[in-house]
Design a protein around this ligand. Sequence first.
Ligand SMILES: [Ca+2]
Ligand SMILES: [Ca+2]
Length: 491
Amino acid sequence: MIPKELKLYPSPQALSSPASVQQTLSNSSALSQGSWFKVGMLAEGVHRLDYEQLIQWQVISSPIASSQFGMIGNGGYRLPEDLNQGRPMDLNPIPLFMVDGGDAQFGPGDYFLFYTHGLLNWVWNGQEYVHDNNMYSDTVYAFLSTNQPGPRLSVQAMPSGSPSYVSNKGDFFHYFEEEKQNLIKSGRKWFGDVFSFTNSYSYPFTLGSWDAGDSLVFRVATAARCVSCSSNFSFFANGTLAGSASLGQVSNNYAGNYMTENTFSAKVPINTSNLTIQVNRTEPLSGSEDQRAWLDFVTVHYRPNLQFTGQPFVFQDYLAQGFAEYRIANSNLPFQVWKVDDMANVQVLATAPGTSFNYVRIPNSELGKYAVFGAASTLPSPVFFGSVPNQDLHALVASEPVPDLVIVTHPSLKKAAEELAEMRQIQDGMTVHLLTTTQIFNEFSSGVQDITALRDFVRSYFQAGPTFRSSGLSLLFPMTARASSPPTCCP
Ligand SMILES: [Ca+2]
Ligand SMILES: [Ca+2]
């Protein structure tokens, strides 16, 4: 099978680096040498890898020097589609917290800890938290090496001076989003519950420890298709009306908008640990496709008291300023606090006991994010995804001769793509670069399937040298693979 050919001729101007972002692609990939293994994590947080696990995976066969381990990866946040926003130029080192008994040998009973971001990113926009979910993947990846040493973490000293900001609260989130309906088969935007024969849905959440006077912010995103009518929603928090929204009409014109979207947001007081958000639509029940609505997501941002009860958690704090102290209540359970907003520069904070809490202090606390955890046995272990052959697309894009044709294929279609590449090379005398999506994701999106990585990879040809800009570019994507299995062939 020869994949259908799609030729794109992007304008060099459109793909060149905008002046506002001065980012230089690294000359070679961190994956270009050494032996690497891919591991996957399902959520953000501190993870544990122990000796016995690495033996079982056959990553090592006997004790080795602890200093030999290295890990790289950028977490699971979606790459920015906007070229004006910066992005990792290569896989960054992930620092490891080594627990090897102090003998510098990684043997039975030893383990190390590391932190990665998840797929869900909560961003404070100056007014409220908005989330960005990496809809292309359900797993975050990192690459582990046994012969490419990387940085280590150690507990920092308690900073001197007195804090100007003291808090026993932090930002926590709830998130409900189901990706069940794709309205115009655009692939990108998905919705959950349908308002047609049902006009009311309830979404329950648990809030944890709260004080009198505390409040929460909930956001509900909906979409409605109402031809020559408007769609009206009411939003309730624990039975109390918090507000309403009216979504305007759409026309039946095939070129018009299919639907109207709205994101409702409200701040309401907390008076119980159980929260139910109810979303009601006021239109008559109807099976008509021209009069229905959908839920996109519900999010809740609240600030409970910081409390360690044995289970790991992560918190943020949009109120933090300058030299901060966080007080975390505990029941004599020891815990560690890591500052984790910058994955490549994680800090292990010193903790000290207070009267009914332990505290940490941070000199520059703005928009900080913290992972709190106790016994290593409570931390999740990654999943093993096998060894990764060395690859260096960063060097390839800068190499001579400049290719006439770049073919990007899913690994399952590689054989057909190779036939095509060979034909182009022999019959047309073309220089061809043939890459798999897996290779590109490994180097450009930390192993996570993210369509922006494919665009960024192609863009890197233009970033690599001016010679390429004048030569034009043919791209070939296996479009036929989209409708067949495996369904995730193309993101
Ligand atoms: Ca040891
Ligand atoms: Ca959605």
